[in-house]
Structures are given as C-alpha cells and as structure tokens.
Design a protein around this ligand. Structure first.
Ligand code: PGA
Length: 252
C-alpha cells in the first residue's frame, strides 16, 4: 500500500515574513490532525535554513526545486547535491517543465542530476508531462513515454527505487485547468505499466506517482481517490497554509 505524498512546489515565491506566517499557520492546523500523507515543501534555496528550524519538530519535510548535475566546481550560481545533503535535504524536484523550458535541461543532464542526488541519499521527484498541442494531437502517451525512457531507463534499479514520478501536464500547470480524474488516472496507470515493463511489478507497485497541475482544495479529494494517483505536486495552492492543509487532508 503506497502512502500518499503531498509536495508543495513554491517556485520563485514567498519571502521570509510570509514564510513565518505560513509555518505557524500550517503547524497549528496540523497539530490537531493526523494526516494520511507524507508532507513535503520545496521552497527557494535561500529559505531552506529558515524553514528547517521552523519545521524542526514537525512531520513536514523539506526539498529543493533543483540541483546541479555536477559534483562541485566552477558553476557560478549553482547548488550541488552535497550542499543539499549538508542542509539535511532529503528530496529534490528534477526536470520540472519550467526548467525544461527556460533552462533547456536535457535528458542526459536530468539523469546526471538524479545520479548526484542518489550519491547523497536524496530522493528525486522526477517530473514529466505533455504540452497542449501534443495532447490535442493525441501524442501525450508517446511524449511521456519518451521523457521517462530518456531519463529513468538509464538508471539501475537501486536508484530507481528512490524515485517519485510526478505527472504534470504542462497545459494544467498554473492555468486553473486541471486534468480530469480519468485523464490523470489513465496516464498514471500507463506510467506504472511502463515502469513494470522495465523494472518489474514490485517496483512499479511501490513507486509513487504524483499528479501536478492546478491541484486545489476543491479537486484534490477526487484526484487522490483514483487508484494510481499517489498524491500531488502542488504549486499555487501550496503557498497558503489553508489550501495546502486542505489538500493534505484530502488524502484518505
Ligand atoms: P500549479 O503548479 O499547482 O500552480 O499548477 C504545479 C507545479 O508546477 O508543480
């Protein structure tokens, strides 16, 4: 039985005052509830330290939004897996569609990032998902298959065991248009079938596949009821404690 994971991707949002308010709000809400999910927040790098102390005695885990694909060296402005590990970070998003678009991340780089994270015992949340014209042309399964094969099929099984996959149709990210429960479920089932074909059924049954793309307090419950949806990667609705808490509470 896979435990659900609700991960907040704050992207380039929040400041330290907002973070203090968020933390006290979410902690007081969580105090009186027993969430049926693992909880993760991925803030901008510079706020990891602040959140680390605010969440020190809570069950909220922290992740990064990106990592460099090299071990160390002359890469101005970059952050290594060893640095994340030094900050006791246990999770990192890899291959978000915004980074693929604006930073032109290649499959080779994404595989290297995952290898760097594995060397530091950090769990990657690997993102995949098609763009609107690809879905409209009926190519969405093929596109997602290529993204997964191009990055994850290069990995040995022990690395694959540490991966969480996030299916995020690009047309649903930040648009307010969510994939329907059935659209999301059929893609998640397809991804699980691909993983099973390559790594076997046990790994495929254990791997968590999150849905991302305009998840809100209103649609989370139904999405999370689908058999192959193991939680969410939440952008906009993770910035406010009230909506993020409601999404966490949607996990049954
Ligand atoms: P959204 O973002 O929830 O604001 O659509 C999700 C994501 O990009 O991870």
């Amino acid at each position: 039985m896979r435990k659900k994971l609700v991960a907040g991707n704050w992207k380039m949002n929040q400041n330290s005052a907002e973070i203090s308010l968020f933390a006290s709000d979410i902690l007081s809400r969580l105090q009186d509830s027993t969430p049926n999910a693992d909880i993760l927040i991925c803030p901008p790098f510079v706020y990891i330290e602040q959140l680390k102390s605010l969440f020190a005695h809570s069950n909220i885990q922290l992740g990064a939004q990106n990592v460099n694909n090299n071990k160390n060296g002359a890469f101005t402005g970059e952050i290594s897996a060893a640095m994340l590990s030094d900050m006791e970070i246990k999770w990192c998003i890899v291959g978000h569609s915004e980074r693929r678009k604006y930073n032109h991340e290649s499959n080779t780089e994404l595989t290297q990032k995952i290898e760097q994270l594995f060397s530091m015992q950090i769990n990657p949340v690997f993102c995949c998902g098609e763009m609107l014209p690809e879905r409209n042309a009926g190519n969405h399964f093929e596109v997602v298959k290529k993204q997964i094969e191009g990055v994850l099929w290069n990995l040995p099984e022990d690395v694959m065991n540490t991966i969480t996959i996030a299916y995020e149709p690009v047309w649903a990210i930040g648009t307010g248009v969510t994939a329907s429960n059935n659209q999301a479920q059929e893609m998640h089932a397809f991804i699980r079938m691909l993983v099973s074909g390559k790594f076997g059924d046990t790994l495929a049954q254990n791997i968590r596949i999150l849905y991302g793309g305009s998840v809100t307090a209103d649609n989370a419950s139904e999405l999370f009821l689908m058999p192959d949806i193991d939680g969410g990667l939440v952008g906009g609705a993770s910035l406010k404690a009230e909506s993020f808490f409601q999404i966490i509470n949607s996990c049954k």
